[in-house]
Design a protein around this ligand. Structure first.
Ligand code: SPD
Length: 428
């Protein structure tokens, strides 16, 4: 007869691969496999990625649970293997040691619920048995794995299936395609959400159409970044556009989106598009002055390869490359999530284009932290964007192209800002 109700192995895995220690989907997969390999029946799993790094998670099994907390910066994982019955949790231990690449480890095995210390209650358990018989465990275990886009203080999390459809460390960033439950497939660069199947239109329609409906005779457009292809797709809806040059630094982003997000990467074969896998910052240093009607900077956040897309030098080069009545539209960050980058970019654009020539367009994206995001403009000539001269034309275009965010009312209010945002970017 067993002398205890459960067995608990407390494990210290040390000198593990730090990248694995920060990879919520890999850890979830390994923990579930560790349980299954030892013959456990998995009921569900919950795993979270924490700020700035680290993963915590639990796999609930019929035989109790496996839990983990990781500290990638120390290459360390604290793991609890708690089991009841005949399951041999040392099989789980061996599996995890292997998966995590743990160069050293220690383990402490404890009996839990020693029968010498506890007493069985003498009560009628018939109703408990009945309840237990009614309870049906799901046929397949449920997974609860979350992707979190965050800074030190706030975050946005999306639950995803746990399967990673594309995962490549490019020379610039980690490029992943994950599948979220609510928003479909999602492109993530490092740990930031870039775009998702279900809400990409918010971003791509708003980065393109307000400017293009203000430049009815525009012919030549430059896109810096935009590797998923959504911005090029929207720009190319405008029949007056003769040529689009797109300069994306990371070929892996293009590859990932061509394979997994074909509705976004829909126009890469359009003969009007010249696609260059190159550094957009360098490209603009050598661009012909006065050559573009519209420059769109569809970059990611100001960390990693996109940092230079927030510099004075870069926007000075954009200004020079624009025609005299040209417009610049740049991914402008969020006044709620990264206020500093938002304000600094606006000051840069005010300095280069003029105090009244750097308006901001706010729009809503559910999958970016805080949901409130912006495009920041630089207007080189005297164009007034939010004056709707072509209402019918916009209505016709919206209906013909099946747009789902942009319309003539939004156009008329492109630069409407809440008071707190006006205050943030008040001209000094
Ligand atoms: N935090 C997200 C910043 C937006 C980055 N660009 C998205 C690319 C969509 N084409």
């Amino acid at each position: 007869m067993s002398t205890a109700l459960g067995n608990h192995i407390l494990v210290e895995f040390m000198n593990c691969d730090p990248h694995i220690m920060n990879d919520v989907s890999a850890i979830e997969r390994d923990m579930v496999a560790a349980a299954q390999k030892a013959g456990a029946t998995v009921i569900n799993s919950t795993f979270h990625h924490f700020s700035p790094y680290g993963v915590s998670g639990v796999v609930v099994i019929q035989e109790s649970h496996l839990a983990i907390h990781t500290w990638p910066e120390y290459g360390y994982a604290a793991v609890d293997l708690f089991t009841c019955g005949e399951m041999n949790a040392w099989i789980s231990f061996d599996h995890l040691k292997e998966c995590f690449g743990a160069k050293s480890y220690s383990a402490l095995e404890l009996k839990r619920g020693s029968v010498n210390l506890i007493q069985r209650n003498d009560f009628d358990i018939t109703s408990m048995r009945q309840k237990a018989a009614e309870w049906k465990n799901p046929d397949f275990y449920t997974r609860n794995v979350w992707f979190t886009d965050k800074d030190e203080e706030q975050a946005l999390s999306l639950r995803f299936t746990g399967d990673v459809l594309f995962d490549v460390q490019s020379p610039f960033q980690r490029v992943r395609i994950l599948e979220s439950y609510k928003y479909g497939k999602m492109l993530a660069l490092d740990d930031m959400v870039m775009t998702t199947e279900k809400d990409e239109f918010h971003y791509h329609e708003m980065i393109s159409h307000p400017a293009l409906f203000s430049l009815p005779s525009a012919k030549n457009v430059l896109i810096i970044g935009g590797g998923d292809g959504g911005t090029a797709r929207e720009v190319l809806r405008h029949k007056n556009i003769e040529h689009v040059t797109m300069v994306e630094i990371d070929g892996e982003v293009i590859e990932a989106c061509k394979i997994h997000l074909p509705k976004i990467a829909a126009e890469f074969d359009n003969p009007k598009l010249t696609l260059l896998v190159d550094d957009g910052i360098e490209f603009l240093k050598n661009a012909t002055p006065n050559s573009y009607d519209l420059i769109i900077v569809d970059g990611s956040d100001p960390v990693g390869p996109a940092e230079g897309l927030f510099s004075v030098e870069f926007y000075t080069n954009c200004y020079a490359a624009l025609k005299n009545d040209g417009i610049l539209v740049a991914q402008g960050e969020s006044p709620k999530f990264n206020e500093k980058a938002f304000v600094e970019l606006n000051q840069t654009l005010q300095t280069i284009f003029g105090l009244d020539k750097a308006p901001i367009s706010l729009f809503f994206v559910p999958t970016y932290p805080t949901g409130m995001w912006s495009f920041q403009y630089g207007i080189k000539g005297d164009i007034t964007i939010n004056e709707v001269k072509n209402k019918n034309e916009i209505q016709e275009f919206v209906s013909k192209e099946g747009l789902r965010y942009y319309n003539e009312d939004i156009h008329a209010n492109t630069f409407a800002l809440p008071n707190f945002v006006k205050e943030l970017v008040r001209k000094k």
